[in-house]
Structures are given as C-alpha cells and as structure tokens.
Design a protein around this ligand. Structure first.
Ligand code: UD1
Length: 327
C-alpha cells in the first residue's frame, strides 16, 4: 500500500529548525501551510525558508504549544534533546523535553484532533538479540534517551488506541545528511569534519561495530508517507537495512574527501551498541517506504554539498538526482 503526498494542510513541525526538522519543512512548504515551533537552542534559523510561520518557543511550554498547534491538521514532532550522552548526565532534564513535552503535545493534538507523526528511535531496542531488528524485537533501552523515546513511542500508539487519534511513530536508525552539525551530531559529520581538516579520524574502539545509516532525504519521505497513511497507531523502523562498520565508514569518508587523515583508535564508548540494522518490511508494506540513498552516494553528495557551500551558502538535501529527493 502506498500513501498519497500531503497537500493543502496546516502543519506544525516541532524542532523544525533542527537537522531533520528543517529538511522536512523544506519538503512541506511548497504544498502546505507550515508552522515551526523551535527554541533555537540547537536549531538554526538560517535553515528555515521565508514562507513559514516561526514560533520561537519551547516545546515544554504549554502556552507556546497551544498557540502553535491551534487549528493544525498534522503535527510532526521533532523537538528533542538529541544528545544521548546528555541524557545520561542529566536524565531528568532530557526527560522533560523528550517525554513530558511529547505527552503535552499528544494532549494538544487531541484537543485539535490533529494527526501526529513522532520521531522515535532505534535507541528503543538497546542491544539487539537478533539482526535485522523488526518492530517486535525486545525493547531494552540502554540510556535515558532510549527510555524517553520508548515511552513516547508507546504513548503515541496508546493515543490511537484509547482516543482514536491518528498517530505514527518512526523509529529512526542512524540519520545523516546536510546540516547535521555540533558536538553530538553523529559519526558521519564528525568524520567528515576531521577528514576535511586533515585531523585524525577518531574511531572509538576497534571500528568493527556497525550501524544502519539512513539519509535524511529518506527520513523525510518516510514522514510524508506517515502523514497520510491509514495504517496509524503503529511504529515503523526507518533505515536502509544495510549495515556498515565504523572502520569502513572511516575509509569511505577518507576516500570520498581525498583526505590523507590518519585513522586512529581510542577508547570504546561506554554502553555502545555493537551492531544495529533495520528490517523495514513493515514500513515498505504499510507506508510504501524503501530507502533510496545508499551510504556511498549519500556520503559523496555530502562531500560535494560542503564543497559547494564554501562558495555558495545555499544547501539542500545535497543529492544531485531529483528522483532521489523527497518524492
Ligand atoms: C545514534 C543517534 C541516536 C539514536 C541512535 C539509534 C546520533 C548522534 N545519535 O546513536 O540519536 O538514538 O543512533 O540507534 O545520530 N563513533 C566513533 N568516533 C566518533 C563518533 C562516533 O567511532 O568520533 C562511533 C561510536 O562509538 C558508535 C558509532 O560511531 O559506535 C555511531 O555513533 P553515533 O553517530 O554517535 O550514533 P549512535 O551512538 O549509534
């Protein structure tokens, strides 16, 4: 089953100035009335197109939420404290944003009878018992971030069950792409920065750990499908189904950038998951979703995008072929 594109709706994107949120806003803007609620703590105003209504506020603030959700048809919930390590250091603080605000948002959606698409995470699974991970795999998160995402994911389903609200949770695997920046931004952007600067590429541990890297344009397509699907009250894995080791990733990035940075190893990260990959057959079946961007072309486009950006500040999803963009 495939879903029609979302059109002529009033939508709210929380965290819309952030990495994933801002790409989603770009895809929604041509055919919908778009509002963004963002505190700009990590979000970047320059990533937003002109024709969106921006509410500069915190998702934990009931007034800001009420104001931004008034009359909306669909809410895409991407506001979060995305740093997993910060959730370990300050579990209560990240809980307020990642869980309590999500519940507030679901309540607000109930008032407005709005559809909700929630950014969940592969972190809900913890250490996998089997790969690839299906949505029915055991959920044993290893961090407060994972617990918060799991509870949000469960509330999302429950709001459909109890109140008939059309909700979908998307469990993202390792998302990468243009605009991913900052100290907690993920291994691909870190390695790219290191390679471009000629600094050592720092692998934590032996580099044999692996991840399912999914390009942000694919994540956006999954959101567009989730916005119109009839298969609500469900959680879906969003990844590629392919696993890449961190060592292979380091070599891919070094070669794509033409860098001569040495690859060095340091202490493994405490609590690091060894391997992760998504079984996306449920998303394929219900949302018509399959990832289109492979890691090599995704990394190549990212390298090209950054080269371009040094002369031209405009940056899209960074893929040359239009059919690989949001469709
Ligand atoms: C990522 C997400 C997290 C999500 C989870 C789902 C990011 C920043 N985090 O966590 O939000 O819930 O996937 O599975 O996208 N590494 C290095 N060197 C570095 C940086 C990282 O070797 O400089 C290694 C890490 O030790 C890890 C791997 O790369 O083994 C991936 O790390 P990271 O990009 O931070 O993502 P996850 O921890 O998988």
């Amino acid at each position: 089953m495939d879903s029609p594109p979302i059109r002529d709706e009033t939508v709210l994107v929380t965290g819309g100035a952030g990495f994933i949120g801002s790409h989603l806003v770009d895809a929604l803007v041509p055919h919908n009335e778009v509002r963004v609620l963002d505190s700009f703590t990590t979000g970047d105003r320059t990533h937003l197109p002109d024709d969106v209504t921006v509410i500069d506020g915190d998702v934990r603030d009931p007034i800001a939420l009420q104001q931004s959700a008034r009359g909306v048809d669909v809410i895409f919930h991407h506001a979060a404290v995305v740093s997993v390590s910060r959730s370990v250091d300050e579990p209560r603080q990240s809980n307020r944003t990642n869980l309590e605000a999500s519940l507030l948002l679901l309540e607000q959606a109930r008032q407005e009878d709005a559809r909700v698409v929630v950014a969940s995470s592969a972190a809900v699974y913890g250490h996998p018992e089997e790969l690839p991970l299906t949505e029915t795999a055991p959920t044993n998160p290893t961090t407060p971030y994972g617990v918060q995402k799991l509870a949000t994911d469960q509330y999302t389903r429950l709001y459909e069950d109890l109140y008939g609200l059309p909700t979908v949770a998307l469990r993202y695997f390792n998302v990468y792409g243009p605009r991913q920046q900052g100290p907690y931004s993920g291994v691909i952007s870190t390695f790219l920065e290191q390679a471009r600067a000629g600094d050592p590429i720092t692998i934590e541990g032996d580099g044999q750990q692996s991840r399912d890297f999914v390009h942000v344009s694919d994540v956006v397509r999954a959101n567009m499908r989730a916005a119109t699907t009839d298969a609500v009250g469900e959680a879906y894995n969003i990844g590629t189904g392919q696993r890449t080791s961190i060592l292979t990733l380091a070599e891919t990035i070094r070669s794509a950038t033409g860098s001569s940075s040495p690859i060095v190893h340091r202490e493994p990260r405490a609590g690091d998951i060894r391997h992760s990959s998504a079984d996306t057959s449920k998303a394929t079946r219900d949302l018509g979703f399959t990832a289109r961007v492979g890691l090599e072309s995704g990394v190549r486009s990212l390298v090209g995008d950054r080269r371009e950006r040094s002369t031209d500040e405009t940056a899209g999803a960074g893929l040359e072929e239009p059919e690989e963009r949001f469709g």
